[in-house]
Ligand binder design. Structure first.
Ligand code: WTA
Length: 675
C-alpha cells in the first residue's frame, strides 16, 4: 500500500467537493413495477440479510437449479471461504437449459450486432433464442471434448465480442473446463504470460475482429504468443471476417469444422460448488497480473441475485426487457453482467461488437433505438467521451425505450452523472452506480433502483448481505463523513477464492493490510445517510479508461527496452480517461548522450510508447514520457511516487521533500521537461 496516498485520502476534505444535497428518489412509476419496490422493502430485507446472511444467501440459492443441495451454507476460516458446501451445480445449465427447457425456449437470449455496415447501409445482426443457444453450447462443449479437453483443464479465450465468445464460456462451464479470458486488446507477450501462468491447454480465438473500422488480427497475435506457450496443444479459430490466417496442421482447428462433427447433446456436468469456474487476470501493485480464481456455486448465486435486484431483470412486469452492458467480456464486468448474471435471469442480452464512435458518434444511441434497449450499463469514461462528442448525437435519437441506466469501473463525477441522467435517461430513468471489483466477482455497493434514492457521484448503499466499512489503517472505523479505507469484514458468495498458484499472495494482498478484513485497495467515505462515496485507489493501481493497470507492469515493460535504465510510472488525472499514464524514464548512459536533440528525444519517446503497446497492449501506452537523469528516491531507495505524481499533474512539487536522497534530482527533472 502506498502510504502517502493513503494519508491523502484519510485527510481529504470531501465535503467541499461533493454535493450531498442533490437527492433523486426512485421515480414512482419505476418503483411500482420493480422487483424491490420501496425503501422499506430494501431496508427490511437488508436488515434480515445482515442479521442472518447464511439464510439470506441460501434463500437466493434456492431460486437456482442444483443437482444436489448443499449441506452447509458457509465454511469460513479467514481467508478461506467455501459457499454451499457439497452442493452440485452447473452454471451453463442455470444460464441456458433452465430457460431452454421452459416456456422461455423461444425467447431471444442474445441479440448481436456487428460493427461494420454493409454496402446497403445496414449492419449484421444475429439473434439466438434460448433453445438455439442451448443447441450451440452443447455442440461446442462436445467440440471441446473431442479435443480431449476435460474438467479442470484451463482454456484461454482471446476473441472479439461475438455470440461465440459467450458460447465458449458457457461450453467450458458446461464440462467443468476453467476459462481464462484474455481481453482482445492485449499483446502477444501479455497473452503468453497469462497462458503460461495457468498452463492453458487450448486457446479459442477468431481470425480477426472489427474495431473502429479496422480489423484486429487476433489469430496472428495468438500465433506470436504461441512461440512461447508450450502447454497449448489446440487452437480453435472462429471464422468471423474470413480474413486469411495461417493454420497449423494438427494444432489449429476451425470452429465450424469441429462443430459440424460434434454430437448435438452434451449434458451439463454436475460440478462441486467450489469447483473453479474461471481465472481472470487483473493488475495489482506488484509483479505480473494475478490470476484470480472464481468458483461455481457462490459466484452463480451472487451474480444472479445482483442482476435481478440492481438491474431489475427477471422482473415479471418487464418480460421484454432488452439489456445491454457495453463491457467487453475480456473484463470481469463482461463475465458477470454480459454472460452469467443476465442469462441466469433469462434476460435478452444485447452484444455489440465494436466501438461507440463507428461509423459516427451516435452508434450507441442508434443501437438503443433499433433494438429497443431498456437497460443500459456502461462506464464513466464512455460517458465523458459522449459529453465531449456533443449533445447533438444523443438528441438525434428517441431513447424512449430506456428505463434504467448503470455505470461501473471508476468513480463518476457528479457532472457526468447529471448529464447521463438528463440527456440519456431524459430525467426519467434511475441510475445505478455499481461499485465492485474483479476480486469481488459481483456488485457490492449500488442503489436498488426502485428503492434507494440516488445522489450523483455516490454508489449509495450496500447490496444485501454485504457490510462494507470505512476504516483507518489499523482497522478502526472512521466517523461518518471522513475518508478512510474501504474494507469488507465478512465473506460473500462471489468472492475470489485465491490467486492461481499463489494462495500466499492472495492472503497477503487482500487479507493482511487491515487486520481481519478484506482490503479493497480503494479509499471511500460514508456520509451521515450511510451512503458510500468511492474516492479511487489508494495503491499503485491505475484506472485508465476504466481499465486496471499496475504501474509496475508498465515499468517492467519499459525497463525491458534496451535503451531504458530505470522507469517510474504514475497516473495523472485526465478529463477523458480518468487517469493517464505518465512515465519518468532514465536512459542507459550511452543513449543518454546520443539523444540530445529535441528530434531525437521525440523519436525515442515515440519508440518507447510503441514498445509498451507492443509489450502489453495499447491500453497501457503512456500518454507522456519524461526523461530524467535520475529518479527521486527516499533514503531507503523507494521511488517517491508522490512527488512524481505531483510533477506529472502540476508540473511542480509543493510537498515535503526532506527524505529525498538527492534534491538535485527535482531540479533535473524540471530541466528535462521540454515543451
Ligand atoms: C474501481 C471492475 C468507483 C475501483 C468491476 C475498484 C469503481 C476497481 C467503481 C476495480 C464505482 C469500480 N465507483 N470506483 N462504481 N467500480 N471501481 O477489477 O477502484 O476492473 O477497485 O472491476 O475499479 O476494477 P476491476
Amino acid at each position: 500500500m502506498a502510504s502517502q496516498s493513503v494519508t491523502k485520502v484519510l485527510s481529504q476534505d470531501l465535503e467541499s467537493t461533493l454535493r450531498e444535497d442533490r437527492v433523486f428518489p426512485p421515480p414512482p412509476e419505476f418503483a411500482a413495477a420493480a422487483n424491490i419496490p420501496s425503501l422499506e422493502a430494501y431496508e427490511s430485507l437488508y436488515a434480515r440479510s445482515i442479521a442472518d446472511p447464511e439464510s439470506f444467501w441460501a434463500e437466493a440459492a434456492s431460486e437456482l437449479h442444483w443437482f444436489e443441495k448443499w449441506t452447509k451454507v458457509l465454511d469460513w476460516n479467514l481467508p478461506n471461504a467455501k459457499w454451499f458446501v457439497d452442493g452440485k451445480i452447473n452454471l451453463s445449465y442455470n444460464c441456458v437449459d433452465r430457460h431452454a427447457l421452459s416456456d422461455r425456449a423461444n425467447k431471444t437470449a442474445i441479440i448481436w450486432e456487428g460493427e461494420p455496415y454493409g454496402s446497403d447501409g445496414t449492419s449484421q445482426i444475429r439473434k439466438l433464442t434460448y433453445a438455439e443457444l442451448h443447441a450451440e453450447v452443447q455442440k461446442f462443449a462436445n467440440a471441446l471434448k473431442s479435443l480431449g479437453i476435460k474438467k479442470g483443464d484451463r482454456v484461454a479465450v482471446y476473441m472479439g465480442m461475438t455470440p461465440e465468445l459467450a458460447i465458449a464460456l458457457l461450453a467450458c462451464a458446461r464440462i467443468g473446463a476453467i476459462h481464462s479470458v484474455i481481453f482482445g486488446g492485449f499483446a502477444a507477450n501479455a497473452i503468453a504470460d497469462r497462458v503460461n501462468d495457468s498452463q492453458c491447454v487450448a486457446i479459442l480465438t477468431q481470425d480477426t475482429s472489427y474495431r473502429r473500422g479496422a480489423q484486429i488480427q487476433l489469430k496472428k497475435t495468438v500465433d506470436e504468443a504461441l512461440a512461447n506457450t508450450p502447454s497449448v496443444q489446440h487452437v480453435v479459430v472462429l471464422k468471423r471476417s474470413g480474413a486469411e490466417v495461417a493454420m497449423q496442421q494438427g494444432r489449429d482447428h476451425w470452429w465450424h469444422d469441429l462443430v459440424a462433427k460434434a454430437d448435438p447433446t452434451c449434458l451439463a456436468e454436475p460440478l462441486d460448488s467450489e469447483d473453479p469456474l474461471y481465472i481472470l487476470y487483473t493488475s495489482g501493485t506488484t509483479g505480473k497480473p494475478k490470476g484470480l480464481v472464481h468458483t461455481t456455486g457462490g459466484y452463480a448465486v451472487q451474480t444472479y441475485l445482483t442482476t435481478k435486484y440492481v438491474f431489475d431483470l427477471g422482473n415479471p412486469n418487464h418480460p421484454d426487457d432488452v439489456y445491454w452492458c457495453t463491457a467487453d467480456i475480456g473484463w470481469v464486468t463482461g463475465h458477470s453482467y454480459v454472460v452469467y448474471g443476465p442469462l441466469q435471469n433469462g434476460a435478452t442480452v444485447l452484444m455489440y461488437e465494436g466501438a461507440p464512435n463507428h461509423p459516427d458518434f451516435s452508434r450507441f444511441w442508434k443501437i438503443i433505438d433499433d433494438h429497443r434497449v431498456t437497460i443500459f450499463y456502461t462506464a464513466p469514461t464512455a460517458i465523458r467521451a459522449f459529453i465531449k462528442w456533443g449533445n447533438e448525437h444523443v438528441e438525434k435519437h428517441g431513447l424512449d425505450s430506456l428505463r434504467l441506466l448503470g455505470t461501473v469501473g471508476e468513480p463518476i463525477n457528479p457532472e457526468s452523472w447529471m448529464w447521463y441522467r438528463e440527456r440519456v435517461g431524459q430525467s426519467r430513468c434511475p441510475i445505478v452506480d455499481t461499485w465492485w471489483q474483479t476480486e469481488t466477482g459481483a456488485i457490492m455497493i449500488a442503489p436498488i433502483p426502485g428503492a434507494v434514492p440516488t445522489k450523483p457521484g455516490s454508489a449509495t448503499r450496500p447490496f444485501f448481505g454485504i457490510q462494507p466499512e470505512v476504516v483507518t489503517r489499523e482497522g478502526d472505523p472512521v466517523p461518518a463523513g471522513s475518508g478512510g479505507l474501504l474494507v469488507i469484514r465478512k465473506p460473500w458468495p462471489s468472492m475470489a477464492r485465491t490467486i492461481y498458484g499463489d494462495h500466499e499472495r492472495y492472503q497477503k494482498t487482500y487479507w493482511s493490510d487491515v487486520p481481519g478484513c478484506y482490503f479493497t485497495g480503494d479509499g471511500a467515505r460514508k456520509d451521515a445517510d450511510g451512503y458510500y462515496w468511492l474516492m479511487g485507489r489508494v495503491d499503485d493501481v491505475l484506472n485508465v479508461s476504466g481499465h486496471r493497470l499496475g504501474t509496475m507492469e508498465v515499468e517492467s515493460a519499459l525497463v525491458a527496452h534496451p535503451k531504458v535504465a530505470e522507469a517510474a510510472v504514475v497516473g495523472r488525472p485526465d478529463d477523458l480517461k480518468g487517469q493517464a499514464v505518465v512515465a519518468f524514464v532514465t536512459l542507459e548512459s550511452a543513449h543518454n548522450s546520443a539523444a540530445t536533440t529535441p528530434e531525437a528525444l521525440a523519436a525515442l519517446k515515440e519508440e518507447l510508447k510503441k514498445w509498451v503497446s507492443k509489450e502489453i497492449g495499447s491500453l497501457a501506452r503512456p500518454e507522456e514520457i519524461r526523461f530524467t537523469d535520475a529518479l527521486p528516491k527516499t533514503r531507503s531507495g523507494k521511488i517517491m511516487r508522490r512527488l512524481l505524481r505531483e510533477l506529472a499533474t502540476h508540473g511542480t512539487i509543493q510537498g515535503d521533500t526532506t527524505t529525498l536522497e538527492d534534491f538535485q534530482v527535482i531540479a533535473k527533472l524540471r530541466e528535462s521537461e521540454e515543451g
